[in-house]
Design a protein around this ligand. Structure first.
Ligand code: ATP
Ligand code: MG
Length: 353
């Protein structure tokens, strides 16, 4: 029996509604597999926890998470109770940083039955690998002078190590898909970091002759995202470019309620964390209408991460058959509840068994 230990942190708002739904789906999948078992331990760390304890997680929180295989997070934040910088830095960003989750993966795909703002959306099926520890979001820089001479400087930081590990991960993912990696660059305008990025990409590419590669400037790439989505399989991008492309991808998907993500610890020292892109959605909490697909697709990413790609792909196929059959929550223009969509996914999975 292969046992995978998962720390569940439902967090705030609809996180508490969609994490249990996705957990049920994972338990169903494990039962179908027969030789796989997820062992979930739930942690109540959230804004409510903060109100009681004056911190988002206990002092030994990180130690308690450290030995799990993965972390399955819902959403963090409730602006009415706790300022965002306190809740995010006290839990979400703390975990990402201290567990060295240096890469962010965001798949984007237009699912059957879902209306995308993009006309040729059926060809939209790609993964964005974002370098998530350095790049343009460095804390190096400063402000000098006042008045009309006022000046701000922000230094971008690109290390070979950080760049390489994001690229290696992109090649790893592409090897299990359409075997194509596109590098997002801007070496025609940014004169030190991006030519360096390009040269590292060239070096890493040489180690993967079976994968086809190309390099595109971020401006043109953004346009091709919309006009020729079929050109893309896996895209590797710096912290800033990856941030923007990810949201472009989520927008094309039709609702933020479907989009999944993973924060990967590449050295295996600490657990990786899996979370949907959406937040706590205070406007719909408690109504039972939250779209569970973002969290369930996130569960698929967790299956992939733990080497169960076949099950992961089965789950994605089932999700799409359910959306294709018109089981849609309100954010996708449907009338179905969180529970109805989840139950339908579970029923379809059981039919495979
Ligand atoms: P946070 O501060 O937690 O990020 P937010 O309000 O900035 O919260 P979201 O929580 O993602 O961002 O909500 C943005 C909009 O998308 C809201 O109108 C919300 O209801 C909707 N939304 C987000 N997630 C879902 C979901 N899973 N199902 C349906 N609607 C959703
Ligand atoms: Mg938000």
């Amino acid at each position: 029996m292969k046992k995978i230990t998962i720390a569940n942190i439902p967090g705030d708002g609809i996180g508490k509604e969609v994490v249990p739904a996705a957990t049920e789906v994972l338990n169903t999948i494990a039962a179908i597999h027969g030789g796989l078992k997820f062992e979930f331990t739930e942690f109540p760390w959230s804004c409510e926890y903060y109100l009681e304890h004056n911190q988002m997680m206990p002092d030994d929180g990180m130690e308690r998470l450290q030995d799990f295989d993965g972390i399955f997070l819902g959403a963090v934040g409730n602006i009415k109770l706790v300022p965002d910088h306190v809740s995010l830095w006290g839990l979400l960003i703390k975990i990402r940083r201290e567990f060295e989750q240096v890469i962010n993966i965001r798949p984007a795909k237009v699912m059957k039955g879902v209306k995308s703002p993009l006309a040729n959306a059926k060809d939209f099926d790609l993964i964005i690998v974002r370098e998530n520890s350095e790049g343009e979001y460095s804390e190096i820089g400063g402000k000098i002078y006042r008045g009309e001479d006022e000046l701000a400087i922000q230094n971008a930081v690109f290390s070979r190590k950080g760049t390489e590990r994001a690229m290696q991960h992109a090649f790893h993912l592409a090897s299990k898909r359409k075997k194509r990696v596109t590098s997002a660059t801007k070496s025609n305008g940014i004169t030190y970091s991006m030519p360096f990025w390009d040269s590292v990409f060239e070096d890493v590419s040489k180690g993967h002759p079976e994968i086809s590669t190309d390099s595109q400037h971020i401006d043109a790439l953004s346009a091709f995202f919309v006009t020729h989505p079929e050109r893309f399989d896996v895209i590797v991008a710096s912290n800033l470019f990856g941030d923007i492309l990810s949201d472009l991808g989520a927008g094309i998907m039709g609702s933020i309620g479907i989009a999944p993500s993973a924060n990967i610890n590449v050295n295996g020292k600490y657990p990786s964390m899996f979370e949907p892109v959406h937040g706590s959605a205070p406007d719909i909490v408690g109504k039972g209408i939250a779209n569970p697909i973002g969290q369930i697709w996130t569960a698929k990413m967790m299956l992939d991460h733990f080497g169960e790609e076949e099950l992961g792909n089965t789950l994605l196929d089932v999700i799409e058959s359910v959306t294709g059959d018109g089981f849609l929550t309100a954010d996708l223009g449907g009338k179905h509840s969180t529970k109805e969509v989840t139950d339908e996914i579970i029923n379809e999975l059981k039919k495979i068994d």
